[in-house]
Write a protein that binds this ligand. Structure first.
Ligand code: GYE
Length: 336
């Protein structure tokens, strides 16, 4: 008993240090979760599931909407969710996964901050018999049996759509500035790849400025200010890898006395309500959606993985897009 107490205390202490917070108590059949609802498992005779969620952080409106979607869906299903905010650091995510393994969670959802470096910890989860579902972003691993499935959008296609749109809008001629997401993340690598592959087909278009904006509004603004100082009058369009950075760029363009959407075209990805509104207001030209409300899909996947049901390696979301033909009509329908 003594050892049990010490190790339980140890786990709790570690969980506290790492900032892991449970949404419900880990409980057995029929116990109440923190929502006060009887866990679904109580009705069906199944044990309540405990799922660890290693989230990237809160870098963007998209990310916060995704966190809320996962937390809401866990409540609906009576799942005990242990949430960890990685604060944009891979080391925090790896520590969180180690703690989930020690806690014997039933499954793990991981939104990886970067693509490389997760192989050893994913192997540990696999050896412990804990399935991992990837949220929105891919990892690079030699052995893809280290995760059950990935639920998310096609980032290469999102980048291509922005490239085609801007190239056409510029009539095949002009200079584009690119503001990238956090280096080494799947959306940064893949959106860049899709975008640049399309731009390469237009000899009259050049990418004249390119820097990392970490998917954050303030950083996007800072990067755009530097681009404008260096190259202001020559920039015809900006492609930001997400809406928050585009919204920051719009502020920078306005503060420099120019008109975003006219003097400098703006295109980005995510589908945040504020960005769709910017398109409706004519301050931006294109917003490609990247579905953020992934909670239901992620829990369907993790429940199937726990039940050892076969799963496709990737479930791809179908994304819409907003431009001057539909943004004003659709802005009120946006949920994030
Ligand atoms: O576009 C961005 C977020 O991985 C799809 O990460 C996600 C991206 C999203 O920070 O806003």
């Amino acid at each position: 008993m003594g050892t049990l107490k010490i190790s339980t205390f140890g786990i709790l202490a570690l969980a506290t240090i790492l900032g892991l917070t449970g949404c419900g108590s880990s409980s057995t059949e029929g116990e109440k979760s923190s929502t006060g609802e009887v866990a679904k498992g109580g009705d069906t005779g199944k044990k309540q599931l405990t799922i660890g969620f290693a989230q990237v952080g809160a870098e963007s409106g998209w990310r916060s909407a995704e966190t809320a979607s996962v937390q809401d869906e866990a409540k609906k299903r009576g799942i005990n969710l242990i949430f960890s905010d990685g604060q944009g650091k891979q080391e925090n995510q790896i520590k969180a996964i180690h703690t989930f393994i020690v806690q014997h969670v039933d499954g793990i959802i991981l939104a990886p901050v970067v693509v490389t470096g997760f192989e050893p910890v994913l192997k540990e989860a696999k050896d412990a018999g804990i399935p991992v579902v990837l949220s929105d972003r891919a990892v690079q691993v030699k052995d893809d049996s280290l995760y059950a499935t990935l639920v998310g959008s096609d980032f290469i296609e999102e980048g291509r759509r922005c490239g085609e749109f801007l190239a056409k809008k510029l009539n095949g001629k002009g200079n584009i500035a690119e503001i990238e997401g956090n280096n080494g993340s799947a959306p940064q690598l893949e959106r860049k790849k899709g975008f640049e592959e399309v731009i390469a087909k237009y000899p009259g278009i050049k990418i004249t400025n390119d820097a990392e904006g970490k998917f954050e509004l303030a950083k996007g603004k800072e990067v755009m200010e530097a681009f404008l100082r260096a190259n202001g009058k020559n920039i015809n369009a900006v492609f930001a890898h997400n809406d928050d950075m585009a919204l920051g760029a719009i502020q920078a363009i306005e503060e420099a006395g120019m008109k975003p959407g006219k003097d400098i075209l703006v295109a980005s990805i995510d589908g945040e309500k504020t960005m769709v509104q910017a398109v409706a207001d004519g301050k931006a030209s294109l917003c490609v959606e990247c579905k953020a409300l992934l909670g239901p899909g992620l829990f369907d996947a993790i429940e199937s993985a726990i039940a050892k049901k076969p799963l496709p390696k990737k479930t791809v979301m179908q994304d819409d897009q907003f431009d001057d033909t539909n943004a004003a009509k659709l802005v009120s329908t946006r949920k994030y």
